[in-house]
Structure formats: C-alpha cells, structure tokens
Design a protein around this ligand. Structure first.
Ligand code: GUN
Ligand code: ZN
Length: 438
C-alpha cells in the first residue's frame, strides 16, 4: 500500500461471488466496524477498523457512518435516460406505450440543449439513488449520445450507453438506416469508447424496429470494436413476440433473430427476457449473454413475471443483473427494484433473499456488463464506487432496523423499505458525489 488519501468507516457489506451458485457465507464479506482505505479513487485496503486504523496517515479524513451499511454502488443494467420525462405514462402495454408516449418523447432529443438538460437530471437521479454505473439507451440522434457521455465524463462515472439503431416501424423522424446507423455508431465509438471510464454499447432497439441488414451492421460494429457492449430488448411482451415471429418467419424464435445476426456473446445484455424459453436461456448461458431483470417495468406494462430461479438455476446459470428500465420502470432506486423483484419472485413461488438481491444489484450487474474486475464489490483494486445506506433514514425504518436480529434481515428490510431517502451518500472513485443532507 502507498499512501491512502481517503478513508470510509462503517458497517461494510459486499458480495464477492454469485450466491445463486456458491454458499452465501462463502461470498458474503462483512465488517461490522470496517474501514475502506482509498488511494486515488481505488480501494487500497478493506478490513476491520481495529486492524486498519493505524494505516490512516495523519491528516487524511475518515468519513464515519455509524448507522449505515456501506455497499458497492448499485449497477443498473437497463435504463433509458431519454425516457426520464415519461415515467408513469398511463394505461398501455408495450407496443401501444411505445407508439403513444415513447416515440413521441424521444424525438425531442434531436435537440442537443434538451438532451443535455435531461442528462443532468438523469445523472442527479442516479446518484441520489446510489447508482454508480448504468447501461443506458440514448436516442437515435448522435447528439443525444454526446450529451450523455459529456455528463458521465464530468462526473467521472463508469457508464455505458449508445445510440439507438432503428430503421423501421417507428415515426420517420426517429429512424436511421442500416448504413447511417453503422456510420454514426462507429463515429461515436471512436469518440467515446474507452475515454475516461466510458463504455460504448451498440444499441439496436429491438428486432421489430431493425431490419436484418441493420442487425447485421450492429454485429459488425461489435466485431470491429472488441470490448464494446451490445444492448437490446428481448421477449418482454407476448404481442411483441408474436410480431417478431411474423417479421422473421425463418428464425427459430426471438432470441434466434439476434443469434443469427451474430449479436450474442459476452458483453451482450438483453433487457427483460420475461418469456425466454429454457432452450433460449441455455443459449444465453452458452454464448455468455446476460439478461437484465426489470421488475418495476414488467409489472407496470403488464409484461409478465420473470422467473429468477429458472434463470439462476445452478445447472445453467445465466448472468443476470437488475434494471430499472426508466421510463417503463417506475423508480430509479435499485432498492425499490429489489422490493419489486422480491414480490415477483413470490408470485413464482421462490423466496428471493436479500443477499441474492444485493448481489444482483451490484456484482451481478457488473458481471453482466463485463466490468467485474473494476466495480461491483468492495475489494482491493476495484474503484471506490460506493453507496452508504442509512438504516435510520426514516422514523419507521429506524424502528424496524432496531428490531432486526441478523445482517440478512437488515438487508431485507432495507431492500423492501428503502428508496432515495435511504441513500445517505454516494461515492464515485472515492469522492463524494451525492449526500442526502447537502
Ligand atoms: N422495447 C423496445 N423499446 C423499448 C423501450 O423503450 N422500453 C421497453 N420497456 N421495451 C422496449
Ligand atoms: Zn427498455
């Protein structure tokens, strides 16, 4: 260790492996009075305060949170920043919701001034909710991507995003072509991928709005730029699935449309996957493709229940993270998202415990994005992207937390009762990026 320049003290809790396949006590690391030493934004040491206190150089501040759980920052594996303004749009299921609300709203992002204004609101909301990394849809317009990465860079956040590619079945003002989709995405990859902490994601919206030629262009971009992510939607809604069948009659199913185009593989993240078949889930596992579970959105649009225990079956263990899917999702909070994930699992007869939910919201998300070497847990060498969760954030939460008998129970109470009020502070690369009481 060289010289740490920052230290954070409190009840540290982190998952260092996947509790759906490993015993929870093997992957759960807890220091009830712990210390994180940070050097230039990176975790230099973590352990009991009593062991590490002497390593804090004179004059280095120790941020002490005596009534909080300190976790790795939350990772949101599916969100649309350009839909921040249409959360809570009434009364429609997926295809009608897209036509009535989404495709109208996204056309406003042709205006860079508007895009930059919304990007700022969006990033403020992420940080207020303890989300330190998100895989994000922008709009079809390259300017909307510039606005996104300019804000991400200003805040030094590890963010992934990309220009939506869509060349059919939407208003003409929102369409590109296979060629312009390719050219614009390529220019954006060259401008943004790997600058600062930014990652580019090639982003075909979903099979109904891209021709086969455009899906192939998207796959070519991924082949030509190793390390770039791929982000799309799959099998969210039964009407959507029937539509894909009619648009791609030669394919074996919805997933096969992407598979055939060459879009699956490590770094590919498919949102929803509510209605994937067992064979399709197996194909995702084989190819290293991840799925984003978006419970608030799946309930809000009436899309269906994602069966987490089928996806996270130890014999065929899919990589899964949580997604808010703003604006079909109803909260920026990964705590609120855990709450809904728990209830969805209840309806599938599976008791999804808090250790597994915190894993999905942190390391699971990092694994989905392929950045688990950089973020997702509180371990030496990873970025100090952290969230401080106040167990006494409200009178009711303080009372409930006073009654818990175990860490598991405390985490469960936080996940079911928590929201942005629970987020006392958010750190990006060791620096305070948000405090609730500012
Ligand atoms: N499928 C295609 N586009 C979208 C979108 O914007 N939101 C959701 N939830 N599903 C989609
Ligand atoms: Zn979405």
């Amino acid at each position: 260790m060289h010289e740490p320049n920052r230290a954070i003290r409190g009840h540290i809790v982190t998952l260092t492996g996947d509790p759906f396949v490993a015993a929870e006590d093997e992957v759960l690391v807890e220091h009830t009075d712990g210390l994180i030493l940070i050097e230039n934004g990176t975790i230099a040491a973590v352990g009991p305060y009593a062991d590490l206190a002497a390593s804090v150089p004179d004059g280095v501040p120790v941020d002490h949170y005596p009534h909080a759980i300190i976790s790795a920052g939350f990772v949101d594996t599916h969100i649309h920043y350009v839909q921040t303004g249409i959360i809570a749009a009434f009364g429609a299921q997926l295809i009608d919701w897209l036509n009535e609300y989404t495709f109208v709203e996204e056309q406003r992002f042709a205006d860079k001034v508007h895009a930059s204004m919304v990007a700022k609101i969006f990033f403020d909301q992420l940080l207020a909710n303890g989300t330190t990394t998100a895989l994000t849809f922008c709009a079809v317009y390259p300017d909307s991507v510039d606005a996104f990465f300019e804000e991400a860079t200003r805040r030094n956040m590890l963010m992934a995003g990309g220009k939506v590619m869509m060349d059919r079945n939407a208003p003409s003002g929102l369409l590109d072509t296979a060629q312009t989709g390719y050219d614009d995405s390529k220019a954006l990859i060259e401008r943004w991928h790997g600058t600062g902490r930014n990652l580019y994601a090639v982003t075909p919206r979903f099979a109904p709005t891209s021709t086969e030629a455009e899906l192939e262009a998207a796959a070519a971009l991924r082949r030509e730029h190793p390390g770039v992510l791929m982000h799309t939607h799959v099998s969210e809604n039964l009407g959507e699935i029937a539509w894909v069948k009619s648009l791609f009659p030669d394919r074996a199913g919805y997933l096969d449309v992407y598979d055939h185009a060459g879009l699956l593989g490590p770094g590919a993240v498919l949102a929803h996957g509510v209605h994937l078949t067992a064979a399709e889930r197996m194909r995702c596992v084989e190819t290293g493709t991840a799925v984003s579970h978006c419970p608030t959105s799946n309930l809000f649009l009436g899309s269906g229940l994602f069966h987490i225990h089928q996806a996270k079956n130890p014999k065929s263990n899919l990589t899964v993270g949580l997604g808010t899917d703003i604006g079909a999702g109803t909260s920026f909070s990964l705590l609120a998202t855990m709450n809904e994930a728990y209830k969805v699992a209840q309806l599938t007869q599976y008791p999804l415990d808090a250790i597994k939910m915190f894993y999905l919201a942190t390391l699971g998300g990092a694994q989905a994005l392929g950045v688990q070497d950089r973020i997702g847990s509180i371990e030496v060498g990873k970025a100090a992207d952290l969230v401080v969760l106040d167990t006494r954030a409200t009178d009711l939460l303080a009372f409930r937390s006073s009654q818990v008998d175990s860490l598991e129970e405390q985490l469960f109470v936080l996940s079911v009762m928590g929201d942005d009020r629970t987020v006392q502070a958010t750190y990006i690369a060791g620096e305070i990026a948000h405090t609730r009481d500012r």
